[in-house]
Write a protein that binds this ligand. Structure first.
Ligand code: GLC
Length: 721
């Protein structure tokens, strides 16, 4: 696939890099493999000048702003014997200054192009801030919402995550043959199987079969690499006993030899030194030997490579050829970025921060990513005069909570609150904002007082969920119920008899089962970003019809996790007909809301469904055609989903797998003919030899509104030839 890593520009960059490489001293070469955080600036000034003069710095992370990065770059290049610009990097995951919905939210739009647009806007702002490299997209498959980093990825499904991974890479890097101005190089992280951490406990071991590793966790990385991702980040966790950051099988045999990756690998922060904690390395020198030997080109962050690679080279434990190969991959990317031609950025570029175009995109995306879970007809709000607004997410200091994780570079004060959004959208309504709700324990009388005041209004809007830091890195939770007394608050509001519209803002699926049948509407808004209040108001007033669909299962109880739709059948598939089947005795079978689920203010109907054939060859393709009609009262977008099941195979297969989807907007009463393509290659799975195979046999397929919808099922066969 054409991308920046196989373009003419890449080849030219590599030639220039090779020529420069031959002029460098060993110290300067190893300096290119060393990334530093802002610590080099905050503590030891001597270290700063020595490092620059000796050429020991190749990259920086978390240094931000045109003025600061230009100053550092100028100092560095003036002091080095051989001027080599540093590459500045940061976690631009869902925005730089303007913040867009979190990646888990974006995936619920089922619109990869939306993610491409958000990533491109984020790149433009980050470039203006002096950055050339983002540590994103995060493409870790997550099946356990106890893991707080589910917020940073694109959900539980490999097919959908792969589509979003490629879109994010294209957005960050651009579609040209080099990143060029206003773009960043991307970084596929965290390689690999970080989301498979046992118990959903961050940094924990990942113990997955080789087949599952290749079939579930690796394809999103391959999709990003095929889209041209220039870098990959090695993960903290061990994979089946070998730390990812010292895993030669993953970093070299698979990533480079099998996937054809030509960029460079950076370790996660401190992951090389942590090989000692893993019990995989004796000391820092041994850790460097194992990480560099496995395929980690650049160290994040500090002097471990500078301090240890020369001795390891001397001892013959690493070779100059290996060092040259890593340095060449990094210098090639620097030339590809045009860093040697333009090592500095124009400070005027920062006027793009929070520009109208980006704010409009944030507002649009926030509305597209929300998922309507329940609605008894109260939404969209029509002609409501008195509204009570409460909940910890409406608290004035709660602006940062609506941004989600990795927004250290954003400006929470620019966040549009739910109150502000509502008042702007329905200026004639009397909106009583009731303070006092918190994320922690509230006394019964405090809850009663809020409920009593709320009861005076016609409709109550309760915004509950998680604080900003509750998800994200190190944000693992053992309990997915709403924290504090939020659940009691919502139920008390319901007990007033007034209709309650419950907004849920969190970085992960939460347990919402107690609200079913109680709240009038349940809208999962995730963490929408800078324009949160306007996005929410657009949804509540019907200016935008919700079209989000879940990309992660919402459990009934925490005890159900890990929970995901594409699970094997087992010999005792649960349907509740007897005791002896694979289920929990103390909660319903399956999730509260399944993967793919999402409601609308309108309804859609599928008709005239046909398959191009009921049999295809192993190299064939099936076309599924249907008519989708908007049969309701509102314009809206439908997400047609295509699921398949391989009924009999040489390895047990999931009861269902997403193999296609299409989002289409239909005005009320309109119909559209939709065609979904299902190549037989899409039915491949990883066999015991770790090869992708398509096995002949019987299959089922469904066109569906979510993974539990089996109203439109068809049988087809893959023939032997
Ligand atoms: C963190 C994260 C990683 C991030 C890096 C740099 O520990 O694991 O996702 O890119 O450090 O901030």
């Amino acid at each position: 696939m054409d991308n920046i890593m196989n373009s003419r520009a890449y080849k030219a960059a590599r030639e220039k890099a090779q020529a420069l490489l031959e002029k460098l001293t060993l110290t300067e070469k190893i300096g290119q493999l060393s990334q530093f955080g802002n610590s080099i600036y905050s503590s030891d000034e001597k270290k700063y000048e020595d490092h620059f003069r000796e050429g020991k710095v190749g990259s920086f992370l978390t240094l931000r702003g045109a003025e600061k990065t230009n100053r550092i770059q100028r100092d560095l290049m003036n002091m080095q014997r051989t001027p080599i610009p540093a590459i500045f990097a940061d976690d631009v995951i869902h925005g730089y200054r303007t913040t867009f919905p979190t990646p888990i939210a974006q995936s619920c739009s089922w619109d990869p192009e939306l993610t491409a647009r958000c990533s491109a806007a984020a790149a433009k702002e980050a470039y203006a801030g002096g950055l050339k490299w983002t540590f994103g997209p995060m493409v870790d498959i997550a099946r356990d919402p106890r893991w707080g980093r589910i917020m940073e990825g694109f959900g539980e499904d490999t097919y959908l995550c792969s589509r979003f991974a490629a879109a994010a890479v294209r957005g960050f890097q651009g579609d040209g043959d080099a990143p060029g101005k206003d773009h960043l190089i991307a970084c596929m992280k965290h390689y690999a199987a970080y989301g498979a951490c046992v118990g959903g406990r961050d940094y924990n071991t990942a113990d997955v079969s080789p087949e599952t590793l290749h079939e579930v966790y690796l394809p999103p990385f391959k999709a990003g690499i095929d889209a041209g991702a220039a870098t990959v980040m090695s993960a903290f966790n061990d994979v089946n006993g070998v730390p990812a950051t010292a895993n030669r099988y993953l970093l070299t045999d698979v990533l480079r030899d099998r996937f054809g990756f030509k960029g460079f690998v950076v370790s996660d922060a401190g992951a090389v030194g942590e090989l000692i904690n893993h019990g995989f390395a004796e000391d820092p020198k041994d850790a460097v030997c194992k990480a560099f030997g496995a395929g980690v080109d650049m160290l994040m962050a500090g002097d471990m490579y500078n301090d240890n690679l020369p001795a390891l080279l001397e001892e013959g434990k690493v070779t100059m050829e290996e060092i040259d190969r890593s340095v060449l991959s990094i210098l090639t990317v620097k030339y590809l970025l045009g860093l040697f031609d333009e090592p500095f950025v124009d400070p005027d570029g920062e006027k793009v921060f929070f520009c109208d175009e980006h704010l409009a995109l944030s507002r649009e995306a926030g509305a597209q990513c929300a998922v309507l879970l329940e609605n008894d007809g109260i939404l969209p709000l029509k002609g409501v005069e008195n509204i009570a607004l409460t909940g910890p997410l409406t608290h004035p200091c709660g602006k940062a909570h609506l941004l989600g994780g990795w927004c250290g570079i954003a400006d929470p004060e620019r966040t549009v609150t739910i109150e502000e959004g509502l008042k702007a959208a329905i200026p004639d309504a009397n909106i009583d904002v009731i303070p006092g709700a918190t994320f922690v324990h509230m006394e019964p009388e405090e809850i009663a007082a809020i409920a009593a005041r709320a009861a005076r209004s016609d409709v109550i809007i309760a915004a509950v969920g998680e604080e900003n830091g509750m998800a994200g890195e190190a944000g693992s939770k053992s309990d997915l119920e709403l924290c504090g007394s939020q659940e009691e608050l919502v139920l008390a509001l319901c007990a007033t008899g007034r209709p309650v519209v419950c907004l849920v803002s969190a970085g992960r699926p939460l347990v919402l089962s107690k609200f079913k049948g109680k709240v009038a509407a349940l809208l999962n808004i995730w963490q929408p970003g800078t324009e949160a209040g306007n996005s929410v108001a657009d949804l509540l007033t019907g200016k935008v019809n919700p079209s989000g669909h879940l990309t992660t299962s919402f459990p009934y109880t925490t005890g159900q996790v890990p929970i995901y739709y594409n699970h094997p059948s087992t010999g005792r598939p649960a349907d509740g007909h007897w005791r002896f089947e694979s289920k929990y005795m103390d909660c319903p079978i399956g999730p509260l809301y399944p993967f793919g689920y999402g409601r609308s203010y309108t309804t859609f109907e599928y008709s005239d469904i046909s398959l191009s054939s009921d049999k295809i060859a192993p190299d064939g393709e099936l076309k599924v055609r249907l008519t989708v009609t908007n049969t309701g009262e509102y314009d809206g977008a439908a997400v047609v989903q295509l699921y398949v099941r391989d009924l009999v195979a040489s390895r047990v297969r999931p009861v269902k797998e997403l193999k296609g989807f299409k989002k289409l907007f239909l005005t009320r009463g309109a119909s559209s003919r939709v065609e979904l393509s299902l190549p037989a290659s899409g039915l491949a799975f990883v066999d015991s030899k770790l090869e992708w195979v398509v096995e002949p046999g019987r299959f089922k397929l469904w066109v569906a509104e979510d993974s539990a919808d089996e109203r439109c099922g068809f049988d087809f066969t893959v023939t032997n030839s």
